[in-house]
Design a protein around this ligand. Structure first.
Ligand code: AMP
Length: 173
């Protein structure tokens, strides 16, 4: 069962980046050509159903999956980045994370009005990151058609932050 194999390959790193957090390390998936390909195929199946105009990925692991998916599906890719990284005019949103607070930015001219966007990230924890990214996409006048994660930590109840958005995940813990 490919999903089980992907799940088993995710490595738990206790107390990273701070005490009490069990970090889900996805680098073993990227390292294995079959697991990486299958992960992308499973994500692509979900994205295809939405027929979006763009894939938007959240820095930094959302870039790895999001950019590869955009390429596979023949779509444009829009990065949502950590503060101070995007060179042109940006919208900015502060949010809280499973471990601390942060902010994200998007280029103001990233989308045409009512563009259909699928938001991609590697992992849903408390949901603050995806909620902030969705807000940024909407600030640009685009629509978040679906938010798709490779991994969901369901015990952190991130979906409760994302009420009103269609949310999917390939693997759930
Ligand atoms: P959250 O805003 O709490 O849903 O956090 C999601 C973001 O933080 C994603 O971009 C993840 O890559 C990262 N993240 C949060 N918690 C973890 C975790 N336990 N393991 C790996 N990444 C995490």
């Amino acid at each position: 069962m490919p999903i089980e194999k992907i799940k088993q390959s995710v490595r738990d790193i206790p107390d990273f980046p701070q005490k009490g957090i069990i970090f889900k390390d996805i680098t073993p998936i990227l390292h294995d050509k079959d697991l990486f390909r299958i992960s992308l195929e499973l994500l692509a199946e979900k994205v295809k159903k939405v027929k979006p105009d763009y894939i938007c990925g959240i820095e930094s692991r959302g870039f790895i999956f999001g950019a590869a998916l955009a390429n596979i599906l023949g779509l444009g890719f829009v990065p949502v980045r950590k503060p101070g990284k995007l060179p042109y005019d940006t919208y900015k949103k502060e949010y809280s994370l499973e471990y601390g607070t942060n902010s994200l930015e998007i280029h103001k001219d990233a989308f045409h009005k009512n563009a259909k966007v699928v938001l991609i990230d590697d992992l849903l924890a408390t949901g603050g990151t995806a909620k902030a990214a969705s807000w940024l996409i909407e600030q640009c006048g685009a629509k978040v058609e679906e938010i798709i994660f490779l991994i969901e930590l369901s015990f952190l109840k991130g979906r409760s932050e994302l009420v009103g958005y269609k949310t999917e995940a390939i693997i759930t813990y």
